[in-house]
Write a protein that binds this ligand. Structure first.
Ligand SMILES: [Zn+2]
Ligand SMILES: [Zn+2]
Ligand SMILES: [Zn+2]
Length: 328
């Protein structure tokens, strides 16, 4: 379903602002050419200034802010590559940039539905990301794959059952389940089962497969096979939005599953080619082929200075940044 309105529903950030999110990004003094009229953070700042008096401290209130058409909202919790940006020890111009859009935590999104919140991946910064966005409940987790930058925050999910009343459903492929059972082995010891809620992560695995949709929180979610070098990854399609991170090749069987998209979120690591990720040129080729109404690139390295890079992109394509929210 196509959402009415202009490319990028930046006004939708109002929902987050109304929830009391008051970290106003500091803008660079020199804005990119595209930003000179009115940049997205500028618009967010203005909305924040208008709305800061409204303080609603409740996840339920947040849900009330969901899209009137579909009731769905996506928040980018992190948009950086596996190192995050700034990169430890790097003093390049992006890593030392004052533009908050150049500060990228490890990649993850939260999908907010009327019936609850689905977290895609648990990055090492998951706790900080959820606190930043004032997310009070996560009702389910889905994993794209088992790499450390997408998985290692899982221990902090031990608090989720306390608020949702039972083990957290984990939707993933068997390979990711095996990794979780190995890396977080202490969560599966029998002795731990009797511990009070909050001491250990309590999980309930739901096995998923590419091409076979599953129902969750009132939504139909379609896992899509993506290739990430020698690793297999899942993209997720909900309605006409697809989240496809950590990908360097889309198998032939997956292209039809990505047709008719309104919003494509896609891996674009850097300018140079990479063995396991799309580079910028390849990601633009995918956009050209799929022709979504709008596309956002994620899993971004320190190659990209947000403003200058974005000013070179086609109008329907943007770089995502941490905290960006979309309705879909
Ligand atoms: Zn990754
Ligand atoms: Zn750097
Ligand atoms: Zn990966």
């Amino acid at each position: 379903m196509r959402v009415a309105g202009s490319y990028c529903s930046w006004d939708n950030d109002l929902g987050k602002v109304r929830q009391g999110w008051n970290i106003t990004p500091k803008l660079p003094s020199k804005l990119s050419p595209r930003s000179r009229t009115i940049s997205r953070p500028q618009r967010r700042q203005r909305l924040a200034a208008r709305s800061r008096t409204v303080e609603i401290d409740s996840e339920v209130s947040g849900l009330q802010e969901l899209s009137a058409t579909t009731g769905r909202r996506l928040v980018f919790l992190g948009t950086g590559t596996s190192t995050g940006v700034p990169v430890f020890g790097c003093d390049c111009s992006v890593c030392s940039s004052a533009d908050p859009r150049n500060r990228r935590l490890r990649p993850s999104v939260l999908m907010k539905f009327p019936l609850g919140n689905l977290l895609i991946d648990t990055t090492p910064e998951m706790r900080l990301q959820l606190l930043r966005e004032q997310i009070r409940h996560v009702h389910a987790i889905a994993y794209t794959h088992n790499h450390a930058d997408h998985l290692f925050g899982l221990d902090d999910a031990r608090l989720f059952p306390k608020y949702v009343g039972g083990p957290v459903p984990i939707y993933c492929e068997p390979e990711t389940e095996a990794s979780i059972r190995s890396i977080f082995h202490y969560a599966f010891h029998e002795a731990g089962l009797s511990l009070p809620a909050g001491h250990l992560p309590k999980m309930r695995f739901e096995s998923i497969s590419p091409g076979i949709p599953f129902e969750l929180l009132g939504q139909r979610i379609l896992p899509i096979r993506l290739e990430h070098g020698r690793f297999n990854v899942l993209g997720f399609r909900v309605g006409d939005l697809a989240y496809c991170t950590d990908v360097c090749r889309i198998p032939a069987s997956s292209w039809p599953l990505l047709e008719g998209l309104d919003t494509l979120i896609l891996d674009a690591l850097r300018y140079e080619p990479h063995p396991t990720h799309f580079n910028l040129e390849q990601a633009l080729d995918v956009v050209e082929r799929l022709k979504p109404r709008r596309a956002f690139f994620t899993h971004l390295s320190h190659s990209f200075d947000h403003g200058p890079t974005e000013s070179t992109l086609p109008p329907q394509v943007a770089l995502a940044y941490d905290g960006l929210a979309l309705e879909f």
